[in-house]
Design a protein around this ligand. Structure first.
Ligand code: FAD
Ligand code: NAP
Length: 336
């Protein structure tokens, strides 16, 4: 455990926003969480890579920065392997580790920033899959009682960028380890996402390997998404709204080019980025903050701004989208 005298969170959030907190404690082993609880330090907030938070000012809490490392195969047979990863491992490194061990299931989620422990929080997803397709269980510690608990998949209530930890159990558990069941053989790779398919076609790859999928994802991500090291951002600020097919059909009469993806027989998902772009926000800069020029779903911080400015812009975008389309868009980013 390391009690960091520097409580400035600027280097710990990918928006690059300045903010302080009651205390910043780095946790290297799960037992250290219990030590913090024994000291009576409350309230507590957990921080991974800070790539999905918006800091809107002083954080009135002790922040536990998760640094729990380690990746190991717990069990395996000729078809699959059960792998346990420390929640403080970088997600990106975990995916690379899996591929280097010929373990499939996470390749579409290459290059997503952040920690392994935050992956179940919002059931991270990209390019056609979500982490729950390979998730097995996770280990966590209750932040009031110190009780250790294993959550199996059903208990996590995974949904589209959702889990029980983002809702009913918000801020109640410190996730210490996550277990994934990865495939060694008899698996089908997911190459259906349009942009992946285009790259594979361009390269004339007919029978892709997991590294081909991963390379395609990395190429697309690098070409489209702003690198937080260059410009502050937390990825998609909003979730893509899911609306009824009836509402979509009415809107489509007016906005004939409005895209959609089927979710169920009665619902479709509409890309929030398209809605925001149609409202004229794409690429707009407002002093220190703005909307990214390539992807309207990403709000950006150019430096010297603050989280409240970003929150106000987010609210203005939400109100404009609601007035224009009658569709409510909600933040994906955790607002602190
Ligand atoms: P943090 O931002 O540190 O925390 C996020 C939330 O999880 C907080 O509420 C925090 O308290 C909680 N939390 C973190 N760790 C723990 C833990 N161990 N125990 C309990 N609670 C915890 N997301 C996607 O889903 N798909 C994408 O394709 C994607 N692309 C992105 C691209 C960019 C450029 C950026 C900046 C972000 C992107 N994101 C994406 C969002 C983000 O990377 C993910 O949500 C990631 O999982 C956040 O991890 P983190 O460790 O940075 O979490
Ligand atoms: P995109 O390919 O331009 O597509 C726009 C949106 O349409 C996506 O958000 C995606 O929804 C949806 N979509 C596109 N093709 C789809 C398909 N075949 N089936 C179902 N839905 C489809 O999106 P992008 O912004 O470049 O992002 C690409 C992927 O990376 C997406 O999966 C996105 O979620 C993910 N990503 C996430 C973040 C984040 O912070 N959460 C940041 C960057 C990228 P979904 O988002 O539901 O997939």
């Amino acid at each position: 455990m390391y009690n960091d005298p520097n409580r400035d969170l600027k280097q710990y959030n990918t928006f690059g926003l300045k903010s302080e907190c009651m205390g910043l404690i780095h946790i290297y082993h799960e037992d250290e969480v219990l030590e913090v609880l024994e000291k009576g330090l409350q309230p507590i907030k957990i921080l991974g890579g800070g790539s999905n938070i918006l800091l809107t000012g002083y954080v009135p809490a002790y922040i536990l920065k998760n640094e729990i490392k380690g990746i190991e195969i717990i069990e395996e047979d000729e078809k699959q392997a059960l792998v346990c990863a420390g929640a403080g491992e970088k997600w990106e490194n975990f995916v690379t580790w899996a591929m280097s061990h010929q373990l499939a299931g996470l390749e579409n989620l290459s290059l997503i920033p952040g920690s392994v422990g935050a992956a179940p929080m919002q059931n991270i997803g990209a390019y056609g899959i979500e982490q729950d397709s390979a998730f097995y269980s996770l280990k966590a510690i209750h932040l009031s009682t110190g009780q250790r608990k294993t959550f199996v998949k059903d208990e996590c209530k995974f949904g589209y960028r959702e889990s029980v930890f983002k809702n009913e159990l918000k801020d109640q558990y410190f996730i210490t380890h996550v277990l994934y069941l990865l495939k060694k053989s008899d698996y089908t790779l997911n190459a259906d996402y349009g942009a992946i398919r285009e790259i594979l076609n361009e390269k004339r790859i007919i029978d892709p390997k997991m590294t081909d999928i991963s390379d395609a994802v990395i190429t697309i991500r690098k070409s489209k998404l702003p690198d937080p090291k260059e410009i502050g951002n937390a990825g998609s600020f909003f979730k893509n709204p899911v609306i009824s097919f009836v509402q979509y059909s009415e809107l489509k009469n007016v906005y004939t080019e409005m895209p959609s993806y089927k979710v169920s027989d009665t619902e479709v998902k509409v890309p929030a980025g398209w809605l925001i772009e149609k409202c004229g926000f794409k690429g707009k800069r407002y002093g220190n903050i703005g909307v990214h020029k390539n992807q309207a779903l990403v709000l950006v911080h150019y430096g010297d701004g603050n989280g409240d400015e970003i929150l106000q812009l987010a609210k203005e975008i939400q109100a404009t989208v609601l007035n224009t389309f009658g569709i409510e868009i909600t933040p994906e980013v955790n607002i602190w």
